[in-house]
Design a protein around this ligand. Structure first.
Ligand SMILES: CC(C)(COP(=O)(O)OP(=O)(O)OC[C@H]1O[C@@H](n2cnc3c(N)ncnc32)[C@H](O)[C@@H]1OP(=O)(O)O)[C@@H](O)C(=O)NCCC(=O)NCCS
Length: 118
């Protein structure tokens, strides 16, 4: 499964790696940016994985893992040693995928809907 750099431009340094079949069919991509804004809790710079997705029919075949590893390699090439991403709590398959890939939860965003209590 070849993976190509698609673009790398803009004010923030960013990258998109895409996964294509031998027939040039796009089956997945990862979009990441280098974040440099200071934050008390986050060491900078870090790579933010903003989006990663694999076509449903191609999931579970190692493509997501390859894309994530490619983005991680890109970070290392840039001298970046921290990667962050956010995912919805209901997205249990993605949570398992990231955990499996060595990511751990460092913060939880919580909410309470008050509608029913009014
Ligand atoms: C999450 C996603 C990117 C994973 O890509 P994928 O190509 O299906 O995953 P892979 O086949 O590369 O799997 C890599 C590893 O994660 C595991 N894994 C993948 N999906 C899993 C699941 N649903 N449950 C448990 N483990 C899973 C695999 O078993 C594999 O483990 P291994 O390294 O021990 O072999 C893909 O399922 C997807 O596009 N989901 C919809 C979009 C999405 O939720 N994106 C993330 C939003 S932040």
């Amino acid at each position: 499964m070849p993976i190509f750099i698609c673009t790398q431009s803009g004010s923030k340094e960013s990258v998109i790696f895409v996964a294509e079949t031998a027939r040039d069919e796009l089956v997945g991509y990862v979009y990441a940016t280098i974040e440099t804004q200071p934050d008390d809790l986050i060491s900078i710079p870090y790579l933010s994985i903003n989006e990663i997705a694999v076509k449903r029919a191609s999931q579970g075949m190692g493509i997501g893992k390859s894309l994530l590893q490619r983005a991680e390699r890109w970070a290392i090439e840039k001298g970046i040693t921290v990667i962050q991403l956010a995912t919805w709590e209901f997205n249990q398959p993605a949570l398992r995928f990231f955990k499996n890939s060595g990511y751990r939860t460092i913060m939880r965003k919580m909410e309470k809907v008050l509608r029913d209590e009014m």
